[in-house]
Design a protein around this ligand. Structure first.
Ligand code: FAD
Length: 467
């Protein structure tokens, strides 16, 4: 009996519950479907496509080493699966669960399709520390604030990470499939991927090397270094977690071992585990709010008078100047060194340090008056770790419209942030080495405008000093 293992956001062979279960039953065949057609599925951004191409190449090779061929198809999963299941080659279908609304609808339909063909279906937990429905308040509802969520999460027993499965004889199955190269996932004319290629090696092998480095050199000091974009002080696991090259359970276990064995590294390891739980928190929010990327969690923000609303929404004071501001933000030419360095790091490498993500996002939303969704979409297109839950959840956190969000009136000052977190200017010098140009806005005046718009939304008079 041959099992079909359907890979999605879990492109790894170690600690992959669905793959291990499929291979425990006999020979396995692996499947990946590039599905941009199913209703509501958010098409991948450009940087994500670049990553996926390289990651699938690596996965195909490592699966081949285990005796598991990888089949690639493009299209709506519910169009592709019936033909594949009807070949009579498979006795079971395995996958790790997904938590977005459209993805869950596809997976439910896939289960029904398999059942109708007489094929067993097994879904597994492989992408989060804990299933979103298992971390809930005593009353059974979902958490809206992180700290109690984190406490509840830590009280749950964690599954043990699984080893890489043993190699098997490849099944004697030959089915027509597509070629990765034909998917055109890599950019051409222009090829903007050079900076990505010099920064990252997508795939499980490089992620595991980085895990070793982080456990040895970074996790122990993380509580001191995590806010410093001028150092290599964070894990940089985010793309590996986004694409599932590393399982969060394995990372959590490894950090827990550092914590237990090295008291001097405990605070740093614990702080990194807390951040890992933020990822689960974001997915928990998306699970309960499938429209997290398009809708304010706090409905009062629907009345906020954004100067530049997202496409398709009524314009406020929309004007050509706003388009110039947005372009300056995209290209890192706002005249504020830390903002510009962050946006250039994003464009060149597909990644940005968390502190700088907060500063650039705050600047867009609060100093330029541009809706958080416009920024969320830019990040979605340019981040190699663009994540359907973490990206909108964090944008809403910065904008103040989210769960457990930073209050709107906390406006980051990019000059003070630079002085505090890039004190020698090394980060700015690296990514934005030229002297900053003319500032596109006056920091104090734009801050006052933002606070006035916020007061208006609340139905209050604008604060003292607002224009
Ligand atoms: P570390 O500091 O080493 O943290 C370890 C891991 O914990 C990360 O890899 C990540 O998986 C998780 N994590 C840490 N902080 C957060 C957080 N605030 N929310 C959710 N998970 C977290 N992260 C993404 O993975 N994808 C996104 O699309 C994304 N968009 C963001 C947008 C904005 C506006 C902001 C402010 C943050 C965003 N983040 C996103 C969260 C965070 O910035 C990145 O996870 C982090 O910078 C990745 O670097 P690291 O792997 O070195 O993190």
């Amino acid at each position: 009996p041959t099992s079909l293992m359907w890979f999605r956001d879990d492109l790894r062979v170690t600690d992959n519950p669905a793959l291990s279960a499929a291979m425990a039953a006999g020979p396995g065949v692996a499947l990946f479907i590039l599905d941009e057609q199913s209703p509501g599925i958010r098409p991948l951004g450009g940087a994500a496509k670049w990553w996926l191409h390289h990651a699938l190449n690596e996965l195909r090779d490592s699966l081949a080493g285990l005796g598991v061929p990888l089949l690639l198809y493009r299209g709506a999963a519910t169009n592709i699966l019936p033909g594949l299941l009807a070949t009579g080659s498979f006795s079971a279908l395995h996958f790790n669960r997904r938590y977005g609304g459209p993805e869950r609808a596809v997976d439910t339909a896939a289960k029904a399709l398999a059942a109708a063909t007489g094929i067993e279906v097994h879904s597994h937990a492989g992408t989060l520390l804990h299933e979103p429905w298992s971390v809930s308040t005593q009353g059974g509802s979902n958490f809206k604030v992180f700290t109690p969520f984190f406490n509840a999460l830590q009280a749950l027993p964690l599954r043990r990470a699984l080893p890489r499965p043993a190699a098997q004889h490849a099944p004697a199955i030959s089915l027509p499939a597509e070629e990765l190269a034909a998917w055109d996932l890599l950019p051409v004319n222009p090829d903007w991927s050079q900076g990505l290629a010099t920064t990252w090696v997508p795939g499980e092998a490089a992620a595991r090397d980085r895990l070793d480095t982080v456990l040895r050199d970074i996790a122990g000091d993380y509580d001191h270094t995590r806010d410093r974009p001028d150092t290599d002080g964070t894990s940089r696991f985010s793309p590996a977690l986004r694409w599932g090259h590393l399982s969060p359970v394995e990372v959590w276990e490894a950090l827990g071992a550092v914590l237990a064995e090295h008291p001097d590294r405990a605070a740093g390891s614990r702080a990194m585990m807390r951040q890992l739980a933020w990822r689960d928190f974001c997915w928990n929010l998306l699970y309960h709010h499938p429209d997290l990327a398009t809708r304010n969690l706090r409905a009062e923000f629907d009345a906020f008078a954004w100067g530049w609303p997202p496409a398709g929404e009524p314009a406020g004071e929309q004007e050509a100047g706003m388009a110039r501001h947005l372009e300056a933000w995209h290209t890192g030419q706002t005249g504020f060194g830390l903002v510009d360095a962050g946006m250039k790091q994003l464009w060149e490498t597909g990644w940005m340090h968390n502190r700088v993500r907060m500063v650039t996002a705050s600047f867009l939303v609060k100093n330029l008056g541009i809706h958080w969704r416009v920024g969320e979409e830019w990040f979605w297109d340019t981040l190699v770790d663009a994540d359907a839950a973490s990206n909108p959840a964090n944008w809403q956190w910065v904008a103040g419209s989210g769960a457990d969000a930073s209050p709107f009136f906390r406006v980051f000052n990019p000059l003070l942030q630079a002085r505090k977190f890039d004190p020698r200017g090394a980060y700015v010098a690296r990514f934005a080495p030229l002297a900053p140009g003319e500032p596109v806005v006056d920091l104090m005046a734009s801050r006052a405008d933002a606070l006035a718009a916020y007061a208006c939304m609340k139905g209050n008079a604008p604060p003292e000093g607002a224009r």
